[in-house]
Design a protein. Structure first.
Length: 150
């Protein structure tokens, strides 16, 4: 964010353009944060599933099977119940953060498309049009935001 602010100070564009680009950058940072969180929770969920599967397999081998009731087998072991609870919480968290990520992604796309659609308002003079290419290239190279096309 600081890099973009410094870059925009060097460029001769309107305050409206700068404010919109900074807003876009804030939304992009939020999207990246949500994606990182979602990836972490997804990886941790897979880890817990592997632990659960390994422990469940181990218990089945030790006891010789499920016995008469699978529900009794599961409920009688506190570790299995705990792992199931953790898995339920992690799966809920994944869905929750996926919704937040989708919203953040939608916000970034909305501002991105707004910048492209209202380009004539942001860059009115010939000088500003020349600066536009520098800004678009900077955002694409350093921030992974492509404003060249929808």
């Amino acid at each position: 964010m600081k890099e973009l602010e410094e870059f925009l100070k060097q460029i001769n564009i309107t305050d409206l353009s700068k404010a919109t680009l900074l807003s876009l950058m804030k939304k992009k940072e939020k999207e990246n944060k949500m994606q990182t969180t979602l990836n972490f929770i997804g990886g941790f969920t897979i880890f817990v599933i592997l632990i659960f599967a390994g422990y469940f397999y181990y218990k089945m081998k030790v006891t010789g099977g499920l016995g008469s009731s699978a529900l009794t087998f599961i409920v009688s072991d506190i570790i299995i119940v705990t792992l199931l609870g953790i898995l339920a919480f992690l799966i809920y968290s994944m869905f929750h953060f996926k919704r937040k990520f989708d919203k953040a992604e939608k916000d970034v796309d909305k501002i991105r498309e707004d910048i492209m659609d209202r380009s004539y308002e942001f860059w009115r003079t010939q000088e500003e049009l020349q600066e536009r290419y520098k800004v678009f290239k900077y955002l694409k190279d350093s921030q992974d935001i492509n404003l060249f096309h929808k």
